[in-house]
Design a protein around this ligand. Sequence first.
Ligand SMILES: Cc1cc2nc3c(=O)[nH]c(=O)nc-3n(C[C@H](O)[C@H](O)[C@H](O)COP(=O)(O)O)c2cc1C
Length: 194
Amino acid sequence: MKKPAPSYETAELRDFGEILRGRRTIELFLQTPVPKQLVRAAIEVATWAPNHHVTEPWVFHLLGKRSIDACLELVRQLVTAKKDAAAAEFKVQSWAAKPGWLVVSCRKSDDDTVQREDLAACAAAVQNFMLYLWKAGVGSKWTTGAITSDARFFDILGIDSQVASVVGLVWFGYPKLTPTQQRKALDEVLTELP
Ligand SMILES: Cc1cc2nc3c(=O)[nH]c(=O)nc-3n(C[C@H](O)[C@H](O)[C@H](O)COP(=O)(O)O)c2cc1C
């Protein structure tokens, strides 16, 4: 029998929780393009993430064909150097099937505390972006793979590594397959203090 809804839980709140719980990292995407206006709306929503002292430390880099092709060429070089041409071709094919590419960078600070807080704010912004898209039926994958720390990646994006760091490359598109995931039970991660 289904458990009765707890008294605090309105239908809206339950639906909101389902969006948060249901979002999964998507590996395989349909080739249906995601409307540019939706992506722009998701980026705008991302900027409402909490950020200490309202530093707004983020820059969103939405890639077009030329910059995506440059990234594919770079990943080919990286994997060829690390493994071999066949492995590189496999990776390029898999990355070429990612419909949308967004890179989020974070302004650097000489102050360690500000830097840490700004990175946390950027992570919250990425999550806003991903959740807004998820509610619209669009999945995403956040990656911090080797390419995202390569100097040539910064060059492609026009990011000065003295000025900003890359928080992540986020691929997005309509999911072909949504995997399942488990999380620890609440009581395994919650400590309640008197
Ligand atoms: C900061 C960050 C970096 C990540 N980098 C990678 C990555 O490089 N490769 C990858 O496969 N997944 C990456 N992920 C995705 C996680 O692996 C994924 O969130 C995790 O497996 C939980 O799955 P879920 O997102 O479906 O809940 C990253 C996630 C975060 C938050």
